[in-house]
Design a protein around this ligand. Structure first.
Ligand SMILES: [Zn+2]
Length: 241
């Protein structure tokens, strides 16, 4: 409010784990800084890493502001070079990207986003911060993916959207819940060490055949079996052959 689109990020604030910058007239509330610090620790521990560096975090007021200063338009945010650019003060999803990319590696967008979605929801009760899997509007990920299927918005298969290019061709309202739920399933049924093996063997622009080979290597089952197991665990219909 009242912050011009070209307002430079002249204010700064040092949190426990973050170095924030924001415009005059904007702010990071103490509660927001505490939630981000706690989210950092929860994600670091959940991924079994010793990530410890401070994260630079530029906060913008809206899509116009972030576009004017970075050249990229978004109502959310993004990570470049381990730094967070965001149009809001809170976002464990982007914190998860920073830690996962540096500590686990950078697989295709399906898995990079799918893992971040597993840390996308935040709930604050009393003095407790809770992080939970959520892609959209802070709902539980499995409810989100059931609603995507119930609405007939994902007629395809996971196997068809494993590459970064295929993933990006879908609406994020479909791709993020599907990827988040599938990665949640892998984490819960195969465990973090297997997921870390997969991430370590992967790269952002891997071809489909390479991704499938790495999945087989890390999880001990072909993608068709993993997808079928994931679908039946959620009561979703089988993928069309
Ligand atoms: Zn993301």
């Amino acid at each position: 409010m009242g912050v011009p689109d070209d307002a430079p990020l002249v204010r700064s604030l040092a949190g426990e784990h973050f170095d924030y910058r924001f415009a005059a007239g904007d702010t990071i509330l103490p509660l927001e800084a505490r939630i981000n610090d706690r989210a950092y620790e929860i994600i670091r521990d959940a991924l079994a890493t010793d990530f410890s560096r401070r994260i630079a975090f530029d906060k913008f007021v809206d899509a116009d502001h972030i576009q004017r200063l970075t050249g990229r338009r978004t109502g959310g945010g993004f990570v470049v070079g381990g730094k967070i650019f965001l149009t809001r003060a809170l976002d464990p999803h982007e914190i998860a990207h920073v830690i996962a990319i540096e500590e686990l590696g950078r697989p295709s967008d399906f898995f990079d986003e799918g893992l971040a979605v597993n840390f996308g929801g935040v709930r604050v009760t009393a003095n407790q911060v809770e992080i939970f899997p959520s892609a959209l509007r802070n709902f539980e990920i499995d409810a989100e993916v059931r609603s995507v299927f119930a609405g007939g918005r994902f007629p395809g298969s996971v196997r068809e959207i494993l590459t970064s290019r295929a993933f990006q061709a879908l609406s994020f309202e479909v791709s993020y819940p599907v990827a988040g739920s599938f990665v949640k399933f892998l984490l819960h049924t195969r465990g973090l060490p297997a997921l870390r093996t997969f991430f370590a063997s992967s790269a952002q622009f891997d071809a489909s055949a390479d991704i499938e080979a790495d999945l087989l290597g890390a999880f001990g089952a072909p993608i068709q079996s993993l997808e079928s197991e994931w679908r039946s665990s959620l009561g979703l219909p089988e993928a069309a052959p």
